[in-house]
Design a protein around this ligand. Structure first.
Ligand SMILES: [Zn+2]
Length: 242
């Protein structure tokens, strides 16, 4: 039986992996799994006293909520638990998944990869690494804007350069303070490298195929290359190659 596919997008800040994941989700009816959204949903809907138990250790939602609110990363075993729970539910519905920005760490990878191999089959996992030179990442991020009304992020690209209003709600586009300073972005890039290199090595050990995609192109061109990378012929047909 042909099961649904798993696509994992890796890429530094500014590589546009979120946008690409949305396009893929829409095109192939995949669930776009974002770790941050899953944490938020589960934390906001938790009742008083709720907890998860991982290897004999209890993690209370209240405590994790405090960490999350103060901007500190939640406990890795707690996060992995929530992600795996979501993956199991999606697998029951035979729903394919596109991951953007997760697994984020080697710890998460080691938890998630064996599970999706078991549920979806190793041959149905595709990892795409969107590369972007550091200078391009810094430029794109420091030119990122958000809209006044809903804080929609607008990443810099040739297509968005001339925009003055949010394409979604028409409110003014503003620069974010602090978060998009070149120094902050450099730190985020370093963190990305430190976290991702061991993860990529792990994927290779696990014999998961990794394709590199050049992220310095227009959104459309990156998407075209991604479609090729996952074995779809973009121009002719969107049916999977048999
Ligand atoms: Zn907006």
């Amino acid at each position: 039986m042909k099961k649904s596919s798993i696509i994992i997008l890796l890429g530094p800040p500014g590589s546009g992996k979120g946008t690409q994941a949305n396009l893929l989700a829409e095109q192939f009816d995949l669930y776009h799994l974002e770790t941050s959204k899953i944490i938020e949903q589960r934390i906001m809907n938790a009742k008083e006293g709720d907890f998860v138990e991982v290897e004999g250790e209890k993690y209370s939602f209240e405590k994790e909520k405090e960490l999350w609110k103060s901007g500190v990363l939640c406990s890795p075993p707690f996060v992995s638990y929530l992600i795996k729970e979501k993956i199991k539910n999606l697998a029951k519905e035979e729903k394919g998944i596109v991951f953007s920005g997760s697994p984020r760490t080697l710890h998460e990878g080691k938890e998630v990869i064996p599970l999706i191999k078991e549920l979806y089959g190793a041959e149905n996992i595709m990892v795409l690494q969107i590369s972007l030179p550091a200078e391009a990442s810094i430029f794109r991020n420091s030119h990122r804007r958000i809209c006044q009304l809903m804080r929609h992020p607008v990443l810099w690209s040739e297509e968005t350069e001339g925009l003055t209003l949010c394409p979604l709600d028409g409110s003014k586009l503003l620069k974010r303070e602090g978060l998009d300073d070149p120094e902050t972005i450099k730190t985020r890039l370093e963190e990305y490298k430190e976290r991702t290199y061991p993860l990529v090595d792990y994927f290779k050990e696990e014999k998961v195929t990794i394709n590199e995609i050049k992220g310095e192109q227009a959104v459309e061109e990156v998407f075209h290359d991604i479609l090729k990378g996952v074995g779809f012929e973009p121009k002719s047909s969107l049916e999977p190659k048999k």
